[in-house]
Design a binder for this molecule. Structure first.
Ligand SMILES: Cc1cc2nc3c(=O)[nH]c(=O)nc-3n(C[C@H](O)[C@H](O)[C@H](O)COP(=O)(O)OP(=O)(O)OC[C@H]3O[C@@H](n4cnc5c(N)ncnc54)[C@H](O)[C@@H]3O)c2cc1C
Ligand SMILES: *[C@@H]1O[C@H](CO)[C@@H](O)[C@H](O)[C@H]1NC(C)=O
Ligand SMILES: *[C@@H]1O[C@H](CO)[C@@H](O)[C@H](O)[C@H]1NC(C)=O
Ligand SMILES: *[C@@H]1O[C@H](CO)[C@@H](O)[C@H](O)[C@H]1NC(C)=O
Ligand SMILES: *[C@@H]1O[C@H](CO)[C@@H](O)[C@H](O)[C@H]1NC(C)=O
Ligand SMILES: *[C@@H]1O[C@H](CO)[C@@H](O)[C@H](O)[C@H]1NC(C)=O
Ligand SMILES: *[C@@H]1O[C@H](CO)[C@@H](O)[C@H](O)[C@H]1NC(C)=O
Ligand SMILES: *[C@@H]1O[C@H](CO)[C@@H](O)[C@H](O)[C@H]1NC(C)=O
Ligand SMILES: *[C@@H]1O[C@H](CO)[C@@H](O)[C@H](O)[C@H]1NC(C)=O
Ligand SMILES: *[C@@H]1O[C@H](CO)[C@@H](O)[C@H](O)[C@H]1NC(C)=O
Ligand SMILES: *[C@@H]1O[C@H](CO)[C@@H](O)[C@H](O)[C@H]1NC(C)=O
Ligand SMILES: *[C@@H]1O[C@H](CO)[C@@H](O)[C@H](O)[C@H]1NC(C)=O
Ligand SMILES: *[C@@H]1O[C@H](CO)[C@@H](O)[C@H](O)[C@H]1NC(C)=O
Length: 607
């Protein structure tokens, strides 16, 4: 450890017993200006790194997080409230995309967590680790076999004694018998991040079970979608697996930065600290500049002795790189930013899943989400129960069931996509679509394109480079994604035609009703479907790709397979921005897994 740091901590120990723990709100409280590792962003990936690197008491870590440490706010801890964390609230970065030309110039609000734990503190908590094919493709395109499914499994769950895992599979809030609802063989109980089956059963759940039985050819059952082979919607797996522990959200902050870890003397976390740039001498990065907006606008510089690790997420990581002169040299020069290294891929290849939902009336429903959101008395009772012993309807997120599906490979439209682009899924065991029934009234069935081909970008705003970046999420810049979404709409309609829905729902409403009603024996009116897609596509906030990983020596990409920024030393990027292809599942579990492996890679690196 750095001598000056030791001296200063001793000094602080003697003179300032006021510093308790390792969470700081003002930079003046920091024990030093120099740390072995500086992690930018205490989000999903950043928290994992902070935790794992400080397992070695000889190194010290400073985490700089722009948001607050308010991880105990009810909106963040009560699973039922996950969908009520609004864009533009203090927990969100308030990003809006530029008008999407392929969508009639609609803009999309894109949420990103602005609080310790990052997006894991505000997300919908679904835990899914993609398909084996996703990871095998990552190994293939990066030339690093360490990314293959077989080699990565240990970071999700215990296989090797020598490797630490993300997942700590725990009992659900209601402690029900979970036998037959998941496959214990593909889970770990010894990791850090709590994952559980839902802790409260809604009437929709058994209807889904019936629908799956009735439509078992199109929607084949699967025991556990986290086996690496996720196709099908769970017949035996009655429940979604979510980052919920003891009825409360398990975020990267409440798990990896939980109390026992925050007691570590070598872990320092400063909140309310917004990083603007990284810098160094020539091609070695060892310096980070931040300020504390609203607290002290002074620019503060801290130094790393070993590495700076950028974990600011898909939208903010490229912004920091570009402002630091790491990006497309021509663009940077046009903005008068001095170029540190020419990496044209920074900010490019932004990729996000697109989602569409159809709604069906639910007469007589007594336990949809609205039972609580529209009734203050019922909500107060449920919150009281949750506060008393963390049970009841508020222990679940927005859905208890998810399914992963392939496109209909006999459809001429699909055959055409495969002919033009190849199979957009990484492997034949990987899904194209995710199906999400949401327990609202009207109920919604959402389908998500998890294999989008369209790409967008994140760029600096030339008139305000430190303000919000210009986000072009690029939806439907590839026509293939419209074709995939048509199939998504047809899949929703097919799913909703199961007899159990005919018997228990009150019929479709809104644009999906027009589409269904237009089909009088002559097939679905695809013009209506396309208009529906353009007007109603929404995001589920899974964007990746803006600091893409590629093979060492590749002519494109931002980081090498070991997360080091190409052409530089001392700087790694570890967060969702490094995925060169978007995983075919919700993205938090993949982010946790890559961060776990990153920690191992960094620990093994000879500094
Ligand atoms: C609303 C929502 C719902 C989602 N639902 C799900 C789901 O159900 N299941 C799932 O698997 N995935 C879900 N996701 C996606 C998943 O949560 C993210 O992919 C993942 O958490 C991203 O992790 P990350 O480490 O890349 O970034 P983040 O977790 O967002 O962390 C980035 C951190 O960096 C901080 N930061 C940014 N810029 C700066 C700066 N300049 N200085 C200092 N700090 C900075 C941020 O405040 C943040 O804390 C959802 C995401 C959102 C937003
Ligand atoms: C919690 O969410 C609700 C609903 O979006 C909102 O009205 C309230 O202000 C939020 N509370 C906090 C503390 O953010
Ligand atoms: C969020 O961004 C919009 C512009 O897109 C702006 O009008 C609004 O004031 C912002 N909200 C906050 C809380 O900053
Ligand atoms: C979208 O905006 C562009 C540029 O302003 C404009 O040319 C185009 O006509 C708009 N498209 C629609 C459908 O409004
Ligand atoms: C849980 O359910 C399984 C199968 O339904 C049953 O065999 C087992 O005995 C049950 N366990 C307990 C503790 O009730
Ligand atoms: C901000 O920090 C600097 C450096 O420590 C200090 O001199 C200044 O007084 C601070 N300003 C405020 C408003 O606290
Ligand atoms: C860059 O600097 C030049 C010379 O100082 C100035 O004329 C130009 O306006 C600047 N451009 C930007 C985008 O700031
Ligand atoms: C975007 O990703 C593709 C691989 O999917 C790669 O071939 C291409 O070079 C990347 N583009 C940039 C600008 O990095
Ligand atoms: C609201 O909830 C309370 C408590 O569960 C219940 O008694 C009441 O009937 C509900 N009101 C309506 C309008 O559903
Ligand atoms: C939790 O508290 C509620 C009352 O709020 C009670 O009905 C329920 O039985 C309790 N559950 C457990 C497991 O203690
Ligand atoms: C798949 O597509 C074929 C050819 O269009 C069609 O006959 C079949 O009904 C479709 N299957 C499903 C499940 O939609
Ligand atoms: C809803 O309740 C009404 C009145 O009890 C009944 O006539 C109707 O059949 C019910 N609808 C469904 C779908 O169960
Ligand atoms: C269906 O197609 C047939 C043959 O093209 C046509 O005669 C009929 O009017 C069409 N029906 C509808 C409802 O469009």
């Amino acid at each position: 450890m750095h001598t000056r740091f030791l001296q200063e901590s001793l000094w602080l120990l003697v003179l300032c017993s006021c510093v308790t723990g390792t969470l700081y709100t003002e930079f003046t409280q920091l024990p030093s200006t120099t740390y072995d590792y500086i992690v930018i962003g205490g989000g999903t990936a950043g928290s994992v790194l902070a935790n794992r690197l400080t397992e070695d008491s000889r190194v010290d870590v400073l985490v700089l997080e722009a948001g607050s440490a308010d991880t105990e706010a009810l909106n963040l801890t009560v699973p039922f409230f996950s969908s009520s964390i609004l864009p533009g609230s203090k927990f969100d970065w308030n990003f809006t995309t530029v008008p999407q030309t392929a969508m009639g110039n609609r803009t999309i609000q894109f949420k990103q967590g602005h609080v310790l734990g990052g997006s894991s503190s505000i997300n919908s908590m679904l835990y899914a680790c993609a398909s084996s094919g996703d990871w095998n493709r990552l190994a293939r395109v990066t030339g690093d076999s360490g990314w293959s499914w077989d080699n990565l499994i240990p970071y999700f769950r215990k296989v090797l004694l020598t490797v630490q895992q993300n997942e700590k599979f725990v009992a659900p809030a209601d402690n029900h018998n979970t036998s037959g609802q998941y496959d214990p063989a593909v889970h770990s109980t010894s990791g850090v991040n709590g994952v559980s089956l839902p802790g409260f059963s809604f009437s929709l759940d058994s209807l889904v079970t019936e629908a799956v039985l009735e439509r078992s050819t199109e929607f084949p059952p699967v025991l556990d979608y986290n086996s690496g082979y996720p196709l099908g919607i769970g017949k035996f797996n009655r429940w979604t697996q979510s980052t919920i522990r003891d009825g409360k959200r398990s975020s990267a902050a409440t798990s990896y930065l939980g109390e026992t870890f925050m007691d570590r003397k070598n872990l320092h976390v400063l909140v309310g600290a917004t990083v603007s740039t990284v810098s160094g001498s020539q091609h070695h990065i060892d310096s980070v500049t931040f300020s504390q907006p609203g607290i002290n606008d002074t620019n503060v510089e801290v130094k790393s002795l070993k590495e700076v690790i950028l974990s600011a997420g898909t939208m903010n990581t490229p912004k920091i790189l570009l402002n630091s002169g790491i990006g497309d040299a021509n663009v940077l020069q046009s903005m008068n930013i001095s170029v540190v290294i020419n990496l044209p891929s920074v900010g490019q290849n932004l990729t996000d899943h697109t989602a569409i939902a159809g709604a069906w009336n639910r007469p007589n429903v007594t336990d949809s989400l609205e039972t609580w959101t529209n009734n203050a008395t019922a909500a107060a009772e449920a919150l009281n129960q949750w506060s008393t012993n963390h049970t009841g309807p508020f222990t679940d997120g927005l859905t208890n069931r998810i399914g992963f599906l392939r496109l209909n490979e006999s459809s001429p439209d699909v055959i055409n996509i495969f002919d033009t682009y190849g199979d957009p899924a990484p492997q034949s065991n990987s899904p194209h679509l995710q199906l999400i029934p949401v327990n609202s009234g009207p109920v919604t069935f959402s389908a998500v394109n998890v294999v989008p081909i369209s790409r967008g970008s994140v760029q600096l705003n030339s008139s305000d480079p430190f303000g919000p970046p210009i986000i072009d999420i690029g939806y439907y810049t590839s026509q293939a994604d419209i074709v995939i979404m048509r199939q998504a709409v047809l899949t929703i309609i097919e799913w909703a035609s199961a007899p159990v829905w005919q018997e228990n729902l009150g019929g479709p409403i809104g644009p999906i009703a027009d589409i269904i009603n237009s089909d009088i024996g002559n097939g679905t009116d695809m013009n209506l479907v396309d208009a529906f897609i353009v007007a109603n596509t929404f995001t589920i906030n899974h964007a990746v790709g803006t600091a893409g990983m590629s093979a060492k020596g590749a002519s494109y990409g931002v980081v090498n397979p070991d997360f080091l920024v190409k052409g530089l030393s001392g700087l790694r990027v570890v967060d969702a921005s490094v995925f060169p292809f978007i995983p075919t599942s919700n993205t938090q579990a993949p982010v946790y897994a890559i961060a776990e492996r990153a920690a191992d890679i960094i620990k093994a690196y000879k500094h």
